[in-house]
Design a protein around this ligand. Structure first.
Ligand SMILES: Cc1ncc(COP(=O)(O)O)c(C=O)c1O
Length: 391
């Protein structure tokens, strides 16, 4: 198929729900991608937060190959080894809990909302935060504290109260006798890389304990090593009651997980919640390979080192360019807030072979793979500097 035909087919046969960049990628390895003309790109936003191991990690590829020829699908009313193994591994690396497997972040959010309502026995209100993002399905959208995503899809499910992020008084004021949970991202990814303050999170944990509320932590974007620890909550000295995972866990294949602390994990019983494809054999094998690679290749330690290197470089750029207002983030989840729109910078970086993202209009988002090298970071910073010089 010729390039023009690909674009035509998208235009004619695929709903236009994505803002698209006219590039056709055909190959990826580590932090490199190649387009249809064999032009190479350095990927500092792999898979929108999916590529924590970079593209086509050999252990993930091997795991998929090993499984796919044996058995691809078996429904969830039977047992299989890869799901049993992955569940145990997730719990080993997190906290005493049980998991529910689904296929995406939004589905994990939906699961958490259903679980909270069942747990609440009549209490149903969930407190969420301004500038949060929890997915595009209706309950996940209702939990998302950004009107731009909700507009036109009303009426949204009831029972969500959105308050200011990092504002403990606002949280306290929002609690009623109907409140059942508080749901948050510890670093708001789509909302502009806003990091939750430690005191705020510790106070949330205390309030949840005192009032028998569930603390639901959305780690869809922050999980799987992104912040230099396997899960972001581990920076805060708290344990969530419910954690949602997706994106990077599958190594490029679709997965969602709701991790529910043991004491309340049987709140949802047989027939109350389900997913046909959730926790399939191939994806579970791939996810186990991701977790194993992170440990074996010591990627958390490496990511912490590369984080220091990246942030030092970004702060040098901040000194040089007045358009940079703030550099913030944690681990390899970096935000560069500008005092101008970031779209043109992203486009110019792309022309020079660097893929980055801009969120919340003015925040450049860099989330390289955990196995990124200092040489690759140098290259990315050189391109960013050249682009900023010209803007
Ligand atoms: C924090 C967070 N939660 C949930 C989602 C939704 O995930 P998915 O697109 O897999 O439904 C996203 C997606 O960007 C996210 O960043």
């Amino acid at each position: 198929m010729k390039k023009e035909e690909v674009f035509e087919n998208y235009r004619d046969y695929i709903m236009p729900t994505y803002t698209k960049v006219p590039l056709i990628f055909t190959k990826g390895k580590g932090s490199r991608l190649w387009d249809i003309h064999n032009k190479a790109y350095l990927d500092f936003f792999p898979g929108w937060g999916v590529g924590n191991l970079g593209h086509c990690h050999p252990k993930v590829v091997q795991a998929v190959r090993d499984q796919i020829g044996k058995l691809i699908f078996i429904p969830n009313n039977y047992y299989h080894l890869p799901q049993a193994k992955l569940a145990k591994e997730i719990i080993y690396w997190s906290y005493p809990a049980k998991v529910f497997f689904c296929n995406s972040g939004a589905e994990a959010s939906e699961g958490a909302v259903k679980l909270a309502r069942k747990f609440g026995k009549g209490r149903y209100e969930i407190i969420t935060f301004e500038n949060s993002f929890h997915g595009r399905t209706l309950a996940a959208l209702a939990a998302t504290g950004q009107k731009k995503y909700q507009s036109g899809f009303e009426p949204l499910p009831e029972g969500f109260k959105t308050v200011a992020f990092n504002d403990i008084t606002a949280v306290k004021n929002a609690i009623t006798d109907k409140t059942v949970a508080i749901m948050l991202e510890l670093i708001q990814g789509e909302g502009g890389i806003n990091v939750a303050a430690k005191d705020f999170v510790l106070e949330l944990r205390k309030i949840c304990d005192q009032k028998n509320l569930l603390l639901i932590v959305d780690e869809v974007q922050t999980g799987i090593g992104r912040t230099g620890k396997l899960f972001c909550y581990q920076h805060y000295g708290i344990t969530p009651d419910v954690m949602t995972l997706a994106k990077a866990l599958g190594g490029g294949l679709p997965i969602g997980v709701m991790v529910v602390k043991k004491e309340i994990a049987d709140t949802l019983g047989p027939g109350m919640h389900a997913s046909t494809f959730g926790g399939g054999l191939v994806i579970c094998k791939a996810a186990s390979a991701v977790l194993k690679a992170i440990q074996k290749e010591k990627l958390l330690t490496h990511a912490q080192k590369m984080s220091a290197y990246l942030f030092a470089g970004l702060n040098v750029l901040k000194e040089k360019f007045a358009i940079i207002k703030e550099v913030r983030g944690l681990g390899l989840m970096a935000g560069v807030e500008l005092n101008i729109e970031g779209k043109a910078i992203v486009e110019k970086c792309l022309e020079k072979g660097l893929l980055i993202n801009c969120t919340h209009d003015k925040v450049l988002r860099l989330m390289p793979a955990l196995n990124i090298t200092s040489k690759e970071i140098d290259k990315a910073l050189t391109i960013l500097e050249a682009v900023m010089k010209g803007s």
